[in-house]
Design a protein around this ligand. Sequence first.
Ligand code: KG4
Ligand code: ZN
Length: 336
Amino acid sequence: MKVLGIESSCDETAAAVVEDGRKIISNIVRTQISTHELYGGVVPEIASRAHLEAISSVTRLALEPIGGIENIDAISVTNAPGLIGALLVGVGFAKGLSFSSCKPLVPVHHIRGHVAAAYLTHYDLTPPFIALIVSGGHSHLVYVSDYTSYKILGGTRDDAAGESFDKAARVLGLGYPGGPKMDALAKLGDPDSIYFPRVHFHDAPFDFSFSGVKTSIINYVHNAEQTGKELNKPDVAASFSRAICEILTEKAVLAVNSFDLPQKKLVVAGGVAANSMLRKMISEEADKNGITLYIPDIPLCGDNGAMIASQGYYEYCSGNIASSDLNAFATESIEL
Ligand code: KG4
Ligand code: ZN
């Protein structure tokens, strides 16, 4: 079964065709980085307009290898969560496409899509497993009992991990998008040089908080500026990254060890799963704990249409077909 996936929840306009949830036939991503770079972050209205301009040609390119929409079995689209204006472009376009082609329309939760990116890299991966989902707007630990059944174990109480990387990059003057720039700079620094705080909640071991570490880096940089102390940016980036990666790794491993899974499986997904320090740290800890780790290939960690088409296949199989009044939502729980 061939599913078209359309994604427009933030700053990438993307479309892809995936067969049976696992095999990528096409995967076209048009990023808006150069547009938003000027403003140091995503400007929602500009994002919506850029999606509107790109969505037809991106979808046409994705459909090319299979000869057009007539050879698609279902159309899936991200309808939540995300920037509402951006989501509406994808949902409106997908509804029109479904209406004109008489193909079923399948709504996909963006974060479920991030988890599904792991199926595209690891063909042997099947639920149940624990997923650490770390993106620009979300940081969650989730028990995935089946392809469409999720239980949130914990999440961030304030900022998301990606948001913290972006903020730290801004404070260090690295610009947008911050995560990849912090990653590159951290490779040149000493992660043990500065201590940034790690927050634990004794009553909620799977919850995160990144606002403290964010404030701490802001204070550190401002203090250096005010006292005229030279700032070793690679050391700051490396130490900050270490604080974030350590807490993510520790809680993810604890979650896998705390639940009675038939096999100890951990998925790490979302934009921050591309972070090289996180990938290394979590894979070392997984090895030590007898956990099999599944991380999507780096190009599939960020937003893309293939992850939506993959999850779209599983949503379709579970009977999740949209009716004609499908809407978009800025927030929605992965559990719904
Ligand atoms: O999943 P994603 O592409 O979009 C959302 O759904 O939010 O995640 C984007 C986030 C941004 O905060 C970006 O800075 C971060 O992922 N990110 C990274 C890296 N690549 C992307 N953070 C740390 N290291 C990276 N290599
Ligand atoms: Zn995303």
